[in-house]
Design a protein around this ligand. Structure first.
Ligand SMILES: Nc1ncnc2c1ncn2[C@@H]1O[C@H](COP(=O)(O)OP(=O)(O)OP(=O)(O)O)[C@@H](O)[C@H]1O
Ligand SMILES: [Mg+2]
Length: 404
């Protein structure tokens, strides 16, 4: 082992089609790429673990391959949570700070957030993230960080991401069975956004759309904060399955046809274009490429119709001033951005993750947005937490210094 494991940060993105492990080292406070692995997922169904043993074997294989490449032992990791069981809800709560005006402390902020988070959740739901949208101090809204300001009542608008407690526990159990301790969990949509959505887009209003294999995660930002999170139960594999059924072929054959010739706008494919492929029973079959698109386009339209309805019901359809950022492996299907633009009526761009230093170029692809974003998110939040703790320690030191 060439490096102490404490210097490494490891994330495990347990997708429906692939398990991705990404290892970074902390170099002078910044993240630097160290190793990665990608293995086929197993034991997953509809975005949740349905069979623990094959799933934990896949986790173990991914961790072992990453360890070999990193030349270090990976003892713990951050895991991603995604799939249709993840939901978001907005809440509001606040605290009175007494009759006289006084300075807001970090504890007051915590108390206000605690009040706002105490919405009653069904027994099987677990909170993944508490994301403050804005603080309201004595009826003055739009405050980002109220610590140090003066007032008598502090309120907070909070976005709460929740998931099924049993689905989350299954991911943790699988990681444990694979020999990994779970240091933290991150909603995969929040992670993908961290890697792909710019600060300007968050401010103007934008929707992150991560199209995975089994589902599509949505995160809407407005005025710099998370306004809405949701998951739509359609992903790239639904496109593949439609081709398999429509063309009477295996899922593997359909997947490779989709990757090589798929396009989801019929009119963009020349009507004369034909393709030859070897179908079941080793027979050579010829079909018009447009026929593929005639199957793929309705599915793409259905996906973005569901996205549109979800955003409309969440009251955020009009909030997308900067448009949408489409990422995840499913976003690579040609024509998808055109369908997104025509149904959502806002500009759409493909979301490539920001690279870590020393990261190989082959990882700068939409299917790595979640894993890279998990690293960035974990690093950013731990730096923030450390700064808060340091502030608190400095205050305590000052109090004790003053008391002697
Ligand atoms: N070039 C491509 N063209 C079209 N589709 C693609 C392409 N590359 C990957 N995909 C599709 O992307 C999907 C996999 O995406 P990704 O790896 O982001 O999913 P995942 O993270 O494993 O799943 P999930 O996030 O749903 O749990 C598959 O359905 C695959 O067919
Ligand atoms: Mg994914």
């Amino acid at each position: 082992m060439s490096q102490k494991s404490e210097d490494l940060l490891t994330v495990l993105d347990a997708g429906s089609s692939k398990v991705r492990v990404l290892v970074a080292e902390l170099h002078e406070g910044a993240l630097r790429y160290r190793a990665h692995s990608v293995v086929d997922a197993a034991g997953m169904r509809k975005g949740v673990i349905s069979d623990l043993h094959p799933a934990s074997r896949a986790f173990n294989q991914a961790a072992t391959e990453a360890e070999e490449m990193a030349k270090a032992v990976i003892a713990n990791c951050v895991v991603g949570l995604g799939g249709p069981h993840v939901r978001g809800v907005n809440s509001q709560g606040g605290v009175s700070l007494g009759n006289r005006l006084r300075e807001i402390t970090r504890e007051d902020v915590r108390a206000a957030v605690d009040r706002a988070r105490s919405v009653s959740l069904p027994a099987d739901r677990e909170i993944i993230h508490l994301l403050p949208q804005q603080f309201i101090l004595d009826e003055q809204p739009g405050i980002h960080d109220p610590v140090g300001m003066v007032g008598s009542r502090l309120e907070v608008n909070l976005h709460i991401s929740t998931c099924s407690a049993s689905a989350a526990q299954s991911v943790v159990t699988c990681a444990n069975k694979a020999g990994l301790e779970v240091a933290d969990t991150v909603f995969e949509g929040i992670a993908s956004a961290e890697a792909t959505v710019s600060a300007d887009e968050r401010e103007l209003g934008a929707c992150l759309i991560d199209i995975g294999a089994g589902s599509t995660e949505l995160v809407v930002f407005f005025e710099g904060a998370v306004a809405h999170t949701a998951v739509v139960p359609i992903g790239g594999d639904h496109f593949t399955n439609d081709l398999a059924v429509g063309l009477h072929m295996s899922v593997q054959e359909a997947e490779s046809l989709k990757l090589d010739y798929g396009h989801c706008v019929v009119t963009s494919v020349p009507s004369s274009s034909e393709l030859e492929f070897i179908g079941g029973g080793s027979v050579i079959r010829t079909i018009k490429q447009r026929y593929l698109s005639e199957i793929l386009e309705p599915r793409a339209r259905e996906l973005f119709h569901l996205v549109r309805e979800n955003l409309r019901q969440g009251g955020v359809l009009g909030a997308l001033g900067a448009g949408c950022v489409v990422t995840g492996g499913g976003a690579r299907l040609p024509g998808l951005l055109e369908v997104a633009e025509s149904l959502l009526r806002v500009p759409a761009r493909l979301g490539y993750p920001v690279p870590l230093s020393r990261m190989p170029d082959e990882l700068i692809q939409p299917e790595f947005s979640t894993a890279i974003g998990m690293l960035l998110y974990t690093h950013r939040t731990s730096v923030l937490r450390a700064a808060e703790d340091q502030g608190l320690r400095a205050k305590l030191r000052a109090i004790f210094a003053g008391s002697v």
